[in-house]
Design a protein around this ligand. Structure first.
Ligand code: PMP
Length: 374
């Protein structure tokens, strides 16, 4: 099998799975219980909390564990909107967001907020003129992902923040960092709120995190035992401990791992340049882990299933919008055929050179076959 769909999800690292199993078995006491089993679990929870805070260079009170990035995005956008609505009713989001952000925006519109969409350039980067236009005195929140899940386009968050602050110094910046964490060097301190997910960093599914700057107050979406708690209920200790471990491993040796991936990316791009019909959608602003191409004259579903016959797994665009045209590619190139025929090849530092060769061989075979059928 050759798995090249790491941006949809990653396999759980064996050492992370070991932690998950060990904590499930040996720390089953509820961290909120007063007896010794509870205290043992609480101590482990406290040490995982401390580790996560240190890894992200934030305070232990500045984050909340969630069920994943979708939940973190909901808490961030809806929680901010409800708290700060007295200052304005506009929220601006980029045209390169994950579908979960647009789903949340639909709800925010339904409850009375106005959503402004910020244009991107052909290279997939925020159009700063449009950002300046869209951030008004009534804009309480801007959400710009750190890395786009379909094309890998990376946004200059520091500059985004500066531009926003010039227009409205109270405007809050959220970034969905799900596709950036563990791939490139990035700091949550560049924004006010940041979302991430365990299953994109070789951790388990069902766990994620929302970073929240200490000065912000979010309206909770769920209610439980304690006032103001954003995530009430029994902490998911095995998931939280595994997340902490996955995060520690993901942040280790980042430049080295990125370099491995860059070489794979360059090899594939060089190979695909032999095919004049194929368009490379990833620009120079895209991280090497995501390579988005358009086949132009072959349906992506057909091609994905053809590769699958050789046990090679890639996707058409983001897993959460499979089968639909790529919104990100459409917003970059304004070309319908290009946006309807995308293939996303997502790479990892654990990919082997032999897997890249196998992929290219299978690609050639199926591309030439399907290309001549037309
Ligand atoms: N945001 C981005 C950028 C993503 O790529 C994904 C996963 N496809 C999500 C959010 C959703 O993450 P989760 O599955 O943890 O809810």
């Amino acid at each position: 099998m050759v798995y090249l769909d790491y941006s949809s999800t990653t396999p759980v690292l064996p050492e992370v799975l070991d932690s998950y199993n060990k904590v499930t078995e040996e720390y089953f006491g509820n961290p909120n219980s007063l007896h010794s089993l509870g205290i043992k679990s609480r101590e482990l929870l406290d040490s995982a909390t401390k580790q996560i805070a240190e890894l992200l260079n934030i305070k232990e009170t500045e984050f909340v564990m969630t069920s994943g990035a979708t939940e973190a995005n909901n808490m961030a956008l809806i929680g901010t909107a409800l708290t700060y609505k007295r200052y304005g009713n506009r929220i601006a989001v980029s045209k390169m967001e994950h579908p979960s952000i647009y789903g949340i925006c639909k709800y925010l519109e339904y409850i009375g907020f106005t959503i402004d969409l910020i244009d991107v350039t052909e290279e997939g980067v925020i159009d700063f003129d449009d950002l300046r236009r869209k951030v008004t005195k009534d804009t309480i929140l801007v959400s710009v992902c750190a890395v786009n899940s379909e094309t890998g386009a990376r946004q200059p968050l520091k500059t985004v923040r500066q531009v926003i602050r010039k227009n409205n110094e109270n405007c809050i910046l959220h970034s969905d960092m799900t596709q950036a964490i563990g791939k490139v060097n990035i700091s949550v301190n560049d924004v006010d709120l940041a979302s991430m997910s365990g299953h994109k960093i070789y951790g388990p599914k069902g766990v994620g995190l929302l970073y929240k700057n200490k000065n912000l107050v979010l309206t909770p979406l769920l209610y439980g035992n304690h006032d103001g708690e954003l995530k009430p209920g029994t902490p998911a200790l095995p998931l939280i401990v595994s997340f902490a471990k996955a995060l520690r491993l993901a942040l280790k040796d980042l430049p080295k791992k990125e370099e491995v991936v860059r070489k794979y990316n360059e090899k594939i791009v060089a190979h695909l340049s032999n095919y004049p019909n194929i368009k490379i959608n990833s620009s120079k602003y895209c991280i090497p882990h995501i390579l988005n191409i358009s086949l132009m004259n072959i349906k992506p579903e057909t091609f994905i299933h053809a590769l699958e016959t050789d046990e090679i797994y890639v996707s058409s665009n983001t897993a959460c919008a499979s089968g639909e045209p790529s919104k990100s590619v459409m917003n970059m190139y304004k070309d319908e055929t290009r946006s309807k025929t995308t293939i996303r090849i997502s790479l990892s530092h654990i990919t082997l050179p032999s897997e890249i060769s196998e992929f290219l061989e299978s690609f050639d075979k199926h591309y030439n076959e399907l290309n001549t059928l037309r």
